[in-house]
Design a protein around this ligand. Structure first.
Ligand code: SAH
Length: 459
């Protein structure tokens, strides 16, 4: 189509009504039947926009004016919300965010999974949906000639300087202040991504919400970190709860934040936190759910849907550091965790030991390799828990599980689209989806976590 025949012309202004929110949090509506994405606009709003990029099937508009605002619109409490891509729906009231998430899950199940009539429960939200993250990562560099510690602007590597983030634990505000003072006072060179020069690349922090323990990780381009004793002194004097100060070395030209080598500058090389009745060791490189309050709710849902009596054999696939395995172990006869990252498997064994759990075993390997092998060797599980990464499960995993034929499957998912695809396959292999419970682990973002319970239809 020639530009003049397009239903929407670039750089023209239009009035339009927003109908929905995209998975990235943009408003979606139509102009002359043509789909437009408008960041910052909300469903039900009448807005004035300027058409920017126009593609073949859809375009993007810049929000110029809200003519009729949505009753769900709120003023974002964070002053960086427009510059930062982190919280893409902070301008939507929290209640409306939860409704949007429930709808997103239901739509995915219906459209992708062809699953209708399943009870998708209301999304479980947080009582206090701020300051919920136990892990924070701040890029360090320059913005023009000034020091910048903060976040990357959306779709770029420009660092926006900031002094506080309302979804990270409060202690981070103080940590940013301390690291800023340290860099300025001792003229520590910060990293320049383009030139691959300078020293300080990132600051990563982890906080045990129940224990109050704080880990500080400074990521450096190479081993050299001048005045590190002063950094230790500043952190120890100013950060209550600090128990671990680590230098992480990342000399690669990469977007990956952490390198593989850690040097403990002071204290322990891990922190400890508590979930339910269990204690977990968290190292700089290990995965731990970032919202501990909601994680407890999520894991308790898994436990409820697993309906264990103490006699069952359970498989926890994609087990990470063994959190779900250990949550279930007390109520099961035996739990097998399966995980591909060797360090995570080691942490899982260590976590079992710390908690005195002896009926959990961890197998290192890819789910799509290990599960078919276990089925062929004749292992039968009564309950299987799945918690795959965003891309969901490989079809081999689900097909092998169908042959193993556990009574119940509990599927934990951070991506409704792949959840729906995988549930479709399981329903075609003799399973029925009983309940789906979304849990809000990431307030003010469009991400949604779900637990689905399935039972086998025939023996
Ligand atoms: N259940 C854990 C971890 C979930 S994250 C928790 O709640 O903390 C998903 C995990 O799956 C990660 O630890 C990742 O390393 C692992 N993983 C990813 N692909 C895998 C595969 N193909 N086989 C086994 N594990 C995999």
């Amino acid at each position: 189509m020639k530009q003049k025949d397009m239903p929407v012309s670039q750089n023209q202004e239009y009035e339009m009504t927003i109908e929905d929110i995209s998975v990235d949090g943009e408003g979606i509506g139509r102009i002359n039947g043509f789909t437009m994405f408008v960041p910052g606009a909300l469903p039900g709003e009448k807005v004035r926009i300027k058409a920017l990029r126009i593609g073949k099937n859809y375009g993007y508009g810049k929000l110029l004016k809200i003519i009729e605002p949505s009753p769900d619109r709120v003023v974002p409490p964070c002053s960086y919300s427009k510059q930062c891509g982190g919280c893409s729906i902070q301008h939507l009231s929290y209640n409306a965010q939860l409704k949007f998430k429930t709808r997103r899950v239901r739509d995915a199940l219906e459209r992708i999974g062809k699953i209708t009539g399943v009870k998708v429960h209301d999304t479980i939200g947080m009582v206090e949906p701020w300051r919920y993250r136990n892990k924070a990562q701040f890029p360090v560099g320059r913005a023009g000639s000034s020091l910048a510690i903060g976040f990357f602007a959306p779709k770029s590597h420009d660092i926006v300087d900031m002094d506080r983030c309302m979804i990270n634990h409060q202690i981070n505000d103080k940590i940013i202040e301390v690291i800023r003072n340290f860099i300025q006072k001792y003229s520590i060179p910060v990293y320049d991504e383009c030139a691959h020069q300078g020293i300080v690349r990132h600051v990563v922090t982890k906080v045990g919400f129940k224990t109050g323990q704080v880990m500080f990780v400074i990521v450096t381009n190479g081993k050299n970190l001048p005045h590190k004793d002063k950094l230790v002194e500043l952190l120890r004097n100013n950060i209550p709860g600090i128990t671990s100060i680590v230098q992480n070395i990342n000399s690669k030209k990469t977007n990956v934040i952490l390198g593989q080598e850690n040097i403990t500058l002071w204290g322990q090389d891990y922190i400890v936190d508590i979930l339910g009745r269990l204690t977990f060791k968290i190292s700089p490189l290990s995965f731990f759910q970032v919202n501990p309050v909601q994680t407890e709710i999520l894991y308790n849902k898994v436990l409820e849907y697993a309906t264990l009596t103490g006699k069952e054999t359970v498989i926890d696939l994609y087990s990470g550091i063994g959190t779900i395995s250990l949550f279930l172990a007390r109520n099961a006869h035996k739990v097998y965790g399966i995980e591909e990252v060797p360090q995570a498997v080691q942490d899982a064994w260590e976590n079992a030991r710390i908690n005195g759990i002896t009926n959990a075993e961890f197998i290192e390997g890819k789910a799509e390799v290990v599960i078919p092998e276990l089925v062929n060797s004749g292992l039968h599980a009564d309950v299987v828990v799945l918690d795959p990464p965003r891309k969901g499960c490989e079809a081999e995993v689900l097909e092998a599980l169908a042959r193993m034929a556990p009574q119940r499957i509990v599927y934990v998912s951070c991506n409704p689209a792949t959840l729906a695809r995988d549930l479709k396959l399981l329903t075609e292999h003799g399973y029925e989806v009983v309940d789906v419970q979304p849990v809000d682990m990431f307030p003010h973002t469009t991400h949604v976590e779900c637990v689905a319970s399935l039972k086998r239809k025939h023996k």
